[in-house]
Every structure is written in structure tokens, then in C-alpha cells.
Write a protein that binds this ligand. Structure first.
Ligand code: ADE
Ligand code: ZN
Length: 359
């Protein structure tokens, strides 16, 4: 909990989350539970002492040195996910926590390529996570969307085959709130190394078919990774985009084209991109009229869920309630939902602002 006067206001502010990896919600406790449930052998603590217990694994997560270092744990821990129910339970655990933190609309990433690579069927992953989404809609009244994330470190052919499979099965939504299961595509994992336009062909096909698009860019990489995502992938969003502030012309373009940045404050500290949250270009983005949302990315690894990130920003920047209402409204506008749900979410934000100003 933050020590700011706005803590309760921030807790109750209706939020949209656009950047959270469901696999990044696999807490050490869940890793150990699911390993036991599924008979999966975790690394031998004699070789890797961090796998002694959930507590030692938590401690180890304080010491990531880089994105790739974090990713090695993220991919290893996923091996405990075997059955449809495991994926559903993981999604449900995220939605419950997110709901408590005030999330009312959640767009969540998942990495099917990674699971298929270790022998888990696409249907198992999609059905399991899909069930978790349906349960959150039914029992919590949230709106939810799945975003399929291609990973840059696995063969490009696998990504293309996965895209074609999704197309054939009719899995992708081409209109907001359409009946299909996946709202859009994204891409993630190691940023520096693979070609900046690795998934060009997939993204061009996705655009032609009216499928929504986002991409992780400008997280570890310089602003040229962001312009490559805009030019080659025609994305409507940039995930992270922190390095955008290093290129004034590109900032103007992002503002003009109304690209939403999905900023993940805690990631920047935990992966050592910066020492302090106040080094994030939040004020620069606001002054340049750039729309952004605040997100948790991999809450099981980076110290907390979405409210933790809102509070960190508030402690660093001391924003006003009015500025937060603006951020909340921008994140509704940047959501991949139909007009009716957008209007509902905007109304919830306005009502919250009104309640606060009358209190
Ligand atoms: N996959 C999960 N979290 C990620 C991050 N922060 N950057 C790139 N790929 C990821
Ligand atoms: Zn991410």
C-alpha cells in the first residue's frame, strides 16, 4: 500500500488492464502447488537453491539482471501448466486479484507457442484460459479479452503456423465484442537480437483481416524498435514503449496517431532498466498528449499487481485526481471493446470521480 493521500481513490478507481501475461501471474506458491499436482519435477535445489521453497523463489526474483534472465524463470515455471484446469485456475487467480485492485476490464496476454513447444495442445491452453475469462465475466462482472502473444525466440514458422491455425478455426475477433475467442495479437520475449520486423508477414495479414495488433517494443530497445513496430506491424498499441521519450519526433507521431502505450512501471525497476520510478517519462508523455495505461506485466515476478503499479507512479509523480481520471479515461478509450462497454466503463470512471470530489 502506498503512503499517498490518494491511495483509496486509486484503489477504487475503475481500471482497464492491457498488459499482463497470464503466465506472468504464476506465483511461486502456484508453481510449487501445480508441480505437486501434476508430478512435474522442478530443478533440484542442490543445483539451484532458489527452488527450495516458494519463499526462496520469491527472494530470487528480487535479483533479475535483465529481461532474458527473468524470461529464463518465466519459461521454466510454465512447465507446471499441463491440463486445461491448470490454465483456468491460473487465469481465475489473476482475475480475482485484479478485481480486488479495481480492474473492471482486462486484456490478457498468453503465449501458446511456448506451451505447444513443450507438448501441450493449443486447444488445452486456449480452452483453459478462455474458461477463466468466462468465469471472471460471469462471477465478477468484468469484461475480458485474450491477446495471443507470439514469442521472438522460437522459430518463426511455428508462429506462422499458429496464426494460420487460429484463422482456420475462426479464433480471432475482427469486430470488437465479436463472438471469437481472441481479441488481437501481440509479440514479446527477447527484444534485442531478433530482427525488429520478425513477424511482418503475420501482422500484415492480421491487418488485412481486421485483427487488432500490439507489440512489445522500446522496453530494452531504443526508439527504432518502436518505429519498426509502427511501420512493419501497423500496431494500434505499443507495449512498454519506455524509450519513446528519447525521440521527440516519434513522440509527436505516437500522439498524432493516438497509439496507446501500455506502461509497466515495476518491470522497469525489477529488470534494471532504471533505478527509480521517477525516471519513467510519465510527465513527458502527459505533456506530449500521449495516451498510456498503467499495467502489471508479470505481477508474480515484479512485486505486485496493478494497484502496486498505480501506487508506485503516484508516489513518484504526485498526480492529481483529475490527472488520474484522464489516465483512466484514456485507457478505456484505448481498450479493444465495443462502444457500449466503453460507455459503461467511462460512466464508472466519471461516477468515481464525482464520488471522490463530493467526499
Ligand atoms: N514476456 C513476459 N513478460 C515480458 C516482458 N516484460 N518483456 C518481454 N516479454 C515478456
Ligand atoms: Zn509484457
Amino acid at each position: 500500500m502506498c503512503r499517498t493521500a490518494l491511495h483509496n481513490f486509486l484503489r477504487d478507481l475503475p481500471k482497464c488492464e492491457h498488459h499482463v501475461h497470464l503466465e506472468g501471474c504464476l506465483t511461486p506458491e502456484l508453481v510449487f502447488d501445480l508441480a505437486k499436482r501434476n508430478g512435474v519435477q522442478l530443478p533440484d535445489p542442490a543445483q539451484q537453491p532458489e527452488f527450495q521453497s516458494p519463499a526462496t523463489l520469491h527472494q530470487h526474483y528480487e535479483q533479475f539482471q535483465s529481461l532474458d534472465h527473468f524470461l529464463s524463470y518465466y519459461f521454466l515455471s510454465m512447465s507446471v501448466l499441463q491440463h486445461r484446469a491448470d490454465f483456468e485456475d491460473l487465469a481465475w487467480s489473476y482475475f480475482c486479484q485484479a478485481y480486488e485492485d479495481g480492474v473492471r476490464h482486462a486484456e490478457v496476454f498468453f503465449d501458446p507457442q511456448e506451451h505447444m513447444h513443450r507438448g501441450v495442445a493449443y486447444e488445452t491452453v486456449l480452452d483453459g484460459f478462455g474458461q477463466g475469462c468466462r468465469r471472471a465475466e460471469r462471477e465478477l462482472g468484468m469484461s475480458t479479452k485474450l491477446i495471443l502473444c507470439y514469442v521472438r525466440h522460437l522459430p518463426l514458422d511455428d508462429a506462422m503456423q499458429l496464426f494460420v491455425l487460429g484463422l482456420k478455426r475462426g479464433d480471432f475477433e475482427t469486430t470488437p465484442d465479436g463472438p471469437a475467442k481472441i481479441a488481437g495479437i501481440g509479440c514479446s520475449s527477447s527484444e534485442i537480437g531478433p530482427p525488429k520486423d520478425l513477424f511482418r508477414e503475420i501482422y500484415v495479414m492480421a491487418r488485412d483481416k481486421g485483427i487488432a495488433r500490439t507489440a512489445h517494443a522500446g522496453e530494452e530497445g531504443d526508439p527504432s524498435y518502436i518505429s519498426a513496430a509502427l511501420d512493419a506491424y501497423h500496431v494500434q498499441r505499443i507495449d512498454h514503449g519506455t524509450s519513446l521519450a528519447d525521440d521527440a519526433m516519434l513522440m509527436e507521431r505516437v500522439a498524432r496517431e493516438e497509439i496507446l502505450l501500455t506502461v509497466c512501471p515495476a518491470t522497469n525497476i525489477k529488470l534494471r532498466y532504471m533505478d527509480r520510478i521517477d525516471q519513467l517519462p510519465i510527465r513527458e508523455f502527459m505533456n506530449a498528449g500521449i495516451r498510456f495505461s498503467i499495467n502489471s506485466d508479470d505481477p508474480a515476478y515484479f512485486g505486485g499487481f496493478i494497484l502496486h503499479n498505480y501506487c508506485a507512479v503516484q508516489e513518484a509523480f504526485d498526480l492529481s485526481a483529475k490527472e488520474w481520471i484522464e489516465i483512466a479515461k484514456n485507457s478505456v478509450q484505448g481498450s479493444w471493446v465495443g462502444d457500449e462497454r466503453k460507455a459503461e466503463l467511462l460512466r464508472m470512471v466519471d461516477e468515481h470521480g464525482l464520488r471522490f470530489s463530493e467526499a
